[in-house]
Design a protein around this ligand. Structure first.
Ligand code: URA
Length: 242
């Protein structure tokens, strides 16, 4: 057993004196309960200590790129027992997805336990480009693709300019494959954009997230991000214009 202020100081959070102040100010919790007395002793690495709501034994941050199969929920659990993205990563750390892909959408999704990193990437002002490949019903005309490019009006407002490229058409089946690059991340945005031009999505895959792609991975497979990739993503998010 160790004194609480000593354990906090040893975790590198602050000095022992400052830790004492934080305790007296009610900023420290042990096992979920605020502790204001300085005499309290705790068991390091067993008792759960939080300072200003942040656990002092922060897990080592980890960053993964997952090829989410379709038919999987972008969540850490599902009350209906459906498969979730965390089922595909057997890790000690408790990771969560950065943003989400619909149940029926496959493709690239980042997984991490670093909340600050996730928030940084998800903030709309950071405009991370995401590339989607959609198989749609019918064959959109050039004008319709132009509409997607310029922005279509959805119930939550007009979409930002996008890059659009027709990849292939199947005249017999009356379907088309379209590649769409957007930086917004509204709910079901790609599906709603194609609905807006009268060509509903039949199949959707996110192929790229900024400079990352799915090369070398099959659905359900993942890989850790390289430290340089994590650094690059952080820099991109920080330096993108608002
Ligand atoms: N847009 C969608 O419609 N679905 C996704 O999963 C991602 C983007």
């Amino acid at each position: 057993m160790e004194r609480l202020q000593k354990v906090i100081a040893q975790a590198g959070v602050t000095s022992r004196r400052k830790a004492e102040e934080l305790i007296v100010d009610g900023k420290v919790k042990v096992n979920g309960k605020v502790v204001r007395e300085l005499g309290v002793k705790v068991i390091p690495n067993k008792d759960k200590i939080e300072v200003n709501g942040i656990p002092i034994d922060r897990e080592e941050p980890v960053y993964y790129l997952l090829y989410k199969p379709s038919g999987v929920i972008s969540s850490v659990n599902d009350d209906k027992g459906r498969k979730v993205v965390t089922d595909f990563l057997q890790l000690e750390q408790r990771v969560f997805p950065v943003g989400r892909l619909d149940y029926d959408t496959s493709g690239l999704i980042l997984m991490t336990n670093d909340g600050e990193f996730a928030n940084l990437l998800m903030h709309p002002k950071h405009r991370i480009d995401k590339v989607y490949v959609a198989k749609v019903r019918g064959i959109p005309t050039r004008e319709m693709l132009k509409q997607l490019q310029n922005g279509v009006v959805l119930e939550d407002g007009k979409t930002a300019p996008a890059k659009v490229k027709m990849m292939s058409i199947d005249k017999k089946k009356q379907t088309a494959i379209v590649r769409l690059t957007i930086h917004e991340g509204r709910n079901r945005q790609v599906r709603r954009m194609f609905d807006a031009i009268g060509h509903p999505v039949m199949k959707l895959k996110r192929e790229e997230y900024s400079f990352l792609n799915l090369r070398g991975l099959n659905p359900g497979e993942s890989r850790p991000l390289k430290p340089i990739e994590v650094k690059h993503l952080r820099e991109l998010a920080v330096t993108k214009p608002s």
